[in-house]
Design a protein around this ligand. Structure first.
Ligand code: HEC
Length: 271
């Protein structure tokens, strides 16, 4: 462990109120509570409502071109949604970019519906615009539920994004010199009774990647991975990343490819 990392970690744990020892019992109780809640909701994750809304938005004619998103190519051919999320992010020929579900939807809204998506990109979390995007991503993700994550890093741009995501994961900066790794770089760390997955490991990457978009019980909101990442940038005391930007896709690429082979459990349900 480098000194910088050690100092960063200590600051992180102190600042964020990491619990250990005696407080663990309480933590276990909380985890049990969440598990019980999950169990109770098994037959009815409220995310289903967002899936239904997302499907409706996908099929609804909209924008200056009065077209639906039904011909959108998510990487499996135009209009194929089933199984697409398990292969994302991936490189797309038409944009020559590696895209996740959310950034790809923006591309389709622009190209197929003629919508100026800048207002969607700039809209605040919880706004109707962002809720629409979250609902669409939720529906797409649900169409890969039970599939194995199969993200390719064969194309040079995919490889590049994976490497960029990995670098970003370990990149420490900001007032506390935090990186993602400060909080997600080892097994068994908790903050405010939350288990923090060790994201650089296949198991930890899968714990995060395969369960988002997720319905958040604490706030009653549906969060896609873009929102999850934006909130972790905030916890990291970093400026908010632009929705769908390369750095967010790169981090997703790192997590997704690291969790290859794991089973998609989307949409998920979280605290
Ligand atoms: C200051 C500590 C901190 C930093 C830095 C941080 N996170 Fe997080 N992260 C958390 C906490 C706390 C949670 C659980 C959040 C909750 O339930 O509200 C979390 C949750 C997550 C999850 C969901 C995990 C799951 O099991 O569902 C992912 C994925 C994630 N973070 C990725 C990242 C990435 C990528 C970065 C770097 C850009 C990062 N985090 C930086 C504290 C942090």
């Amino acid at each position: 462990m480098t000194r910088r990392f050690a100092v960063g970690l200590a600051t992180c744990l102190a600042a964020a109120g990491l619990v250990a020892g005696a407080a663990r019992a309480e933590g276990d109780k909380t985890i049990e509570g969440i598990e019980a809640y999950r169990e109770a909701l098994k037959d009815g994750n409220p995310a289903e409502l967002f899936e239904a809304q997302g499907e409706e938005l996908w099929k609804k004619k909209a924008g200056p071109k009065n077209a639906s998103l039904e011909t959108c190519d998510l990487g499996m051919g135009p209009g194929v949604v089933k199984g697409a999320y398990a292969h994302l992010p991936r490189w797309f020929k038409d944009t020559d970019k590696v895209q996740d579900a959310e950034s790809r939807v923006l591309t389709c809204m622009t190209a197929i519906q003629g919508i100026d998506v800048s207002k969607y990109v700039a809209a605040k979390w919880g706004s109707p615009e962002k809720d629409e995007l979250n609902a669409i991503a939720t529906w797409i993700s649900g169409m890969s539920k039970g599939d194995k994550v199969a993200v390719s890093t064969a194309h040079p741009k995919e490889r590049q994004m994976f490497e960029l995501g990995k670098r970003m994961f370990y990149y420490a900066a900001g007032p506390h010199d935090f990186s993602c790794s400060t909080c997600h770089g080892q097994e068994g760390v908790r903050i405010r009774l939350q288990d923090l997955p060790y994201i650089a490991s296949p198991k930890g990457a899968a714990a995060g990647w395969t369960s988002w978009p997720a319905y958040r019980v604490s706030s009653g909101q549906m969060w896609g991975m873009q929102w999850r990442l934006a909130d972790c940038f905030r916890q990291q005391r970093f400026p908010e990343p632009i929705y769908g930007s390369d750095v967010t896709v790169a981090l997703s690429m790192f997590m997704a490819a690291t969790s290859n082979g794991a089973t998609m459990n989307t949409p998920g349900i979280k605290r």
